[in-house]
Design a protein around this ligand. Structure first.
Ligand code: DC
Length: 219
């Protein structure tokens, strides 16, 4: 491989995007861009400030005024409360535009694995490789349960699955940048696959990519 690729991973919650994106980025020595964390962080900030989550103007102003850094250490952004509220901010064009600008600036030179909902469709339509991961909702709920703290783990699996399905509906149904498969995406169903199996499948795709300038590409 001669150049540093842009690799996108989209798909619903719990399909394995974050795990795979992290591993790929480490193996390739690329930057890992967790765009879900960006939407979560701005949501947490709005909640902490006590902003009305239906006040679009205030939320766009907040996004524009917020200086973003790639350093998402906070566990709080993963709480169920934040998860339940992200859709307010993720559904606002003005907020997304701020995020898109930041994401493109980071990724445009390549050497990036970006995970989210609209990476292959909106943010990096020219990505070298677009993955779309999916899995059955029962399996996704089980995986989410494992992510939770001891206390939260008591959450009933059925309730988690319901939350996941509700989030799917919101992510797929929103007007701006909904979750969908890019036409040129490579779909992997991870329901019955282990992490090494998914990683192997992804690496086979990456290895099969002709280096720029080869395989009939005009140079
Ligand atoms: O990937 P995640 O579960 O951390 O994402 C949390 C929410 O953020 C997700 O339900 C929708 C929103 N999101 C988005 O709208 N666009 C992205 N590129 C990433 C996340």
């Amino acid at each position: 491989m001669k150049h540093r690729l842009i690799i996108t991973i989209d798909g619903p919650a719990g399909a394995g995007k974050t795990t795979m994106a992290r591993l790929l980025a480490v193996k390739l020595d690329y930057l890992y861009l967790d765009t879900g964390a960006m939407y979560r962080a701005i949501t947490l900030k709005a909640m902490n400030m006590g902003l009305d989550l239906n006040d679009e103007k205030a939320l766009v102003k907040l996004a524009r005024d917020t200086k973003m850094r790639l350093n998402f250490k906070s566990k709080k952004i993963r709480s169920r409360e934040v998860t339940a509220n992200v859709h307010y901010l993720a559904g606002i064009l003005g907020v997304r535009e701020v995020m898109w600008r930041f994401q493109r600036k980071i990724g445009e030179k390549g050497g990036i694995v970006a995970d989210g909902r609209d990476m292959g469709t909106v943010v990096f339509p020219m990505a070298d490789i677009k993955f779309y991961l999916e899995a059955k909702s029962t399996e996704r709920a089980k995986r989410r349960q494992k992510d939770f703290s001891q206390l939260e783990r008591k959450v009933i699996l059925k309730d988690l699955e319901k939350e996941i399905l509700a989030r799917d509906r919101k992510d797929k149904g929103r007007k701006i940048a909904p979750l969908k498969k890019a036409k040129d995406s490579i779909v992997i169903d991870t329901t019955a696959l282990s992490i090494p199996q998914v990683l192997g499948a992804m690496f086979r795709v990456i290895a099969s990519l002709p280096a720029k300038g080869e395989a009939g590409e005009a140079v």
